[in-house]
Design a binder for this molecule. Structure first.
Ligand SMILES: NC(=O)c1ccc[n+]([C@@H]2O[C@H](COP(=O)([O-])OP(=O)(O)OC[C@H]3O[C@@H](n4cnc5c(N)ncnc54)[C@H](O)[C@@H]3O)[C@@H](O)[C@H]2O)c1
Length: 265
């Protein structure tokens, strides 16, 4: 599968074991030029991910943006357009998993921060990129939601669950409105992926259920029919398929990449 000539923006791409970095590397290895986006506070790590892609013969550009800040998002997309060209792939991967598993313990601030990144960040980047896709005759947006966007799950903070359900709604709305412009929009719904966010989920299991680290890991894996938490690269492979030519008839769908982990109610 070739992505030669394609230009991608991948948000939340700084962490060495994050899904964003894995997606950026995968798209670049297939030939896409990739704008790797993350917070300014991650500058060193983002530069390393970008340099890694360039050292492997890929085209990549590091751009800082805060998904909660509309001006920052607009400048970021403008920098990608100037540095690489108009993007026809957007992977909205940036996200936060904060707050308590107990609804009543979540402050207004936790709700605002969660929605500002997980929902409005996706909306901001989509709105900034869509006009470029329209001018180019099409494009594809992949939103990194979660199995927690498909159902309520015990132990996962309600603001996170609500934000990921909302992203799936936004995915469908974009798919319906912009399908006639040849712009597809799909969501991936990972289950348990070994990233820094996954480490926080294990922490939550430990505090919620009074488990040791090993017990928390066993608890997590128990809920996965395939019997393991996956690596970020296993999600990146699915994203590459979705943005590539073989995924061309998929839009508006939300695909669990979860080893059979059930989404809950
Ligand atoms: N790890 C899992 O098991 C899992 C499961 C389902 C869904 N997800 C989703 O996958 C995505 C990637 O998460 P990950 O597990 O790779 O963790 P991660 O923490 O490595 O990735 C999240 C990235 O988003 C960036 N980010 C946070 N706030 C931002 C902001 N305001 N502006 C720009 N960037 C910002 C972070 O700096 C980080 O690089 C997230 O949307 C997450 O909700 C993760």
């Amino acid at each position: 599968m070739s992505l030669e000539g394609r230009i991608a923006v991948v948000t939340g791409a700084s962490h060495p074991r994050g899904m964003g970095a894995a997606v950026a590397a995968k798209l670049a290895s297939a030939g896409a030029a990739v704008g790797l986006v993350d917070l300014e506070s991650t500058a060193g790590a983002l530069a390393e991910r970008t340099a890694g892609i360039v050292a492997s013969g890929g085209r990549a550009l590091a751009v800082h943006a805060d998904a909660t800040d509309p001006d920052s998002v607009q400048s970021c997309v403008a920098a990608v357009v100037e540095g690489l060209g108009a993007p026809d792939i957007l992977v909205n991967n940036a996200g936060v998993g904060i707050g308590s598993h107990q609804l009543l313990a979540n402050s207004e601030e936790i709700w605002s921060q969660t929605l500002a990144v997980n929902l409005m960040g996706v909306n901001r980047f989509s709105c900034a990129v869509i006009p470029h896709m329209q001018s180019a005759g099409g494009g594809v947006i992949v939103n990194n939601a979660s199995v927690a966007g498909l159902g309520g799950m015990l132990g996962i903070p309600a603001p996170y669950t609500a934000s990921k359900h909302a992203v799936i709604g936004l995915t469908k709305a974009i798919a319906v409105e912009f399908g006639p412009d040849n712009i597809r929009c799909v969501a991936v719904c990972p289950g348990s992926v070994k990233t820094q966010m996954h480490a926080r989920v294990l922490d939550l299991h430990m505090t919620t259920y009074g488990l040791t680290y090993d017990e928390a890991e066993a608890f997590e894996v128990d809920a996965i029919p395939l019997g393991y938490s996956c690596e970020p690269e296993e999600v990146a492979g699915v994203v590459a398929f979705l943005v590539g030519p073989e995924g061309r008839y998929l839009t508006g769908v939300s695909i669990p990449v979860a080893g059979g982990m059930a989404p809950g109610l």
